[in-house]
Ligand binder design. Structure first.
Ligand code: CU
Length: 132
């Protein structure tokens, strides 16, 4: 039994050394991966509550005209028309250009009721109700 152990001991040492070297290499990658994962989780946690709300523009109309959102949500205007439109806040807080056939987006940064319109077609109106 003693011989058996003596024979195995050096082999084990060698293996542990090799493993240690490998482990230190893996640890680096693992640490990097863990860090990337943590960053990803943080990014998701930060946006988890944020929703994307789409307002479709067709025939020079915002649809739906009235939308409710939370602070942090993103409003996307999807312009299906062949002419450009804008989503311009009446209080001039923002002015979003939506080219023909394109989308444009803006994040709602504060609570409140915002009435908006299209600068090119002033009868195009919409309303956003943003709650905290
Ligand atoms: Cu317009």
């Amino acid at each position: 039994m003693k011989r058996f152990r003596a024979k195995w001991a050096p082999v084990r040492v060698k293996k542990t050394r090799q493993n240690k070297n490998r482990e230190s290499g893996f640890d680096f990658i693992k640490a990097g991966k863990a860090l990337a994962l943590a960053a990803l989780c943080l990014a998701f946690a930060g946006t988890a509550r944020a929703e994307t709300i789409t307002v479709t523009i067709g025939k020079a109309t915002f649809g739906p005209a009235a939308v409710s959102a939370h602070v942090g949500d993103v409003i996307v205007w999807d312009n299906k028309d062949i002419v450009a439109h804008t989503a311009t806040a009446r209080d001039k807080a923002w002015d979003v250009m939506i080219p023909a056939g394109k989308t444009a987006r803006i994040a709602m940064k504060k609570a409140g009721t915002i009435e908006y319109y299209c600068r090119f077609h002033p009868n195009m109106v919409g309303k956003l109700t943003v709650v905290p």
